[in-house]
Ligand binder design. Structure first.
Ligand code: URA
Length: 326
């Protein structure tokens, strides 16, 4: 269900009728005038057209999957007519889209930084009724989704937002936004094992890309590391440690790009500042533009990496001691 009491300010304009992606005619109402199909390249109007489920999702009212259900249930009207096909193309600039009788327009963007504790699932609902991250952000007054996931047993920084564009920028592996993790390994790692982590190890889904790995401290039995990776493969850090014959005992994500978990307490959340949001967008867009890691020359990248590692070292001793039981 969409949150109640929502107001979606009106847009005006005609419903540029089209076919759905699957080619079905939209249903109900008089035959549309000026029928068009999906956007063509070079079609100026087409540049702004999107499928109806995406228009709803971009307005921040729910995921595309949920939006598609609402559409099929007949709760969405476009320019006065019920449309039950989520794949119909509409022009959000000109078409009047109503959900449950209320006019739709993009919501204010919302960005939340959550310190996920261990034992919480990154899912909206669990059939086994285990706690989820959405229990921790129940006070956030908008639909938001988690940008990427952390394993049940991983704690640390998660971003939740209703901005699907930023979500795409941060999770698209092509944009290579870095993520930094603090790791406690189940064995004491020697230099050769650490170098292998840096160079790339072979996992079932291929060799990992070079990682930044800093030995933070050793005890008799364990090593504490900071690992920065730019991929987002499933259980990647755990599998990397297994590939060098060790295991992860504890995993905390401390950074996404330059955004740090800072002094946020476990289980708590805070809004991202406008500056943090801008930094993230700039970073991901720069990476997209250069086809790789964001940043200028390779020497400036190296010095930025060194600076980050210095900061991580500084923060990590405090982080480990204050959250040893996260
Ligand atoms: N790597 C992992 O192994 N798990 C996570 O949750 C995140 C990265």
């Amino acid at each position: 269900m969409p949150p109640s009491g929502r107001e979606f300010p009106a847009r005006t304009g005609r419903f540029s009728p089209g076919r759905s992606k699957t080619g079905d005619r939209r249903e109900q109402g008089p035959p549309p005038t000026g029928a068009k199909s999906a956007p063509r390249s070079g079609d100026a109007e087409g540049a702004t057209r999107k499928t109806l489920d995406r228009v709803l999702s971009r307005a921040g009212v729910g995921s595309r999957t949920v939006a598609a259900e609402w559409i099929r249930e007949g709760r969405v009207r476009v320019n006065g007519r019920v449309v039950r096909d989520p794949d119909v193309w509409v022009d959000p600039e000109n078409d009047r889209v109503l959900l449950d009788g209320r006019v739709l327009r993009p919501r204010d963007r919302l960005y939340v930084l959550l310190y996920k504790p261990r034992g919480y699932l990154c899912t909206r609902e669990d059939p086994e009724k285990r706690p989820t991250i959405y229990d921790l952000v129940a006070d956030v007054k908008s639909w938001v989704f988690n940008v990427g996931r952390l394993d049940l047993d991983t704690s640390g920084l998660l971003i939740l937002t209703n901005d699907t564009d930023l979500g795409e920028l941060l999770t698209n592996p092509a944009y290579k936004v870095s993520k930094t993790y603090l790791v406690k390994s189940s064995t004491r790692l020697d230099d050769e094992q650490i170098q292998r982590l840096r160079d790339g190890v072979t996992l079932s889904d291929g060799v990992t890309q070079p990682a930044e790995v800093v030995r933070l401290r050793d005890s008799e039995k364990y090593t504490h590391l900071a690992i920065t990776i730019r991929e987002g493969r499933n259980r990647q850090v755990r599998r990397m440690l297994e590939a060098v014959d060790s295991k992860v005992l504890k995993l905390v994500r401390t950074h996404i790009g330059p955004i740090s978990i800072g002094k946020l307490q476990i289980g708590q959340h805070r809004p991202l500042s406008a500056e943090e949001v801008k930094t993230l967008k700039d970073l991901a867009e720069a990476a997209a533009g250069t086809g790789g890691v964001a940043g200028g020359s390779s020497s400036s990248k190296t010095s930025a990496a060194k600076q980050r590692m210095h900061q991580i070292r500084e923060e990590s001793s405090e982080r480990w001691s204050s959250h040893e039981d996260d």
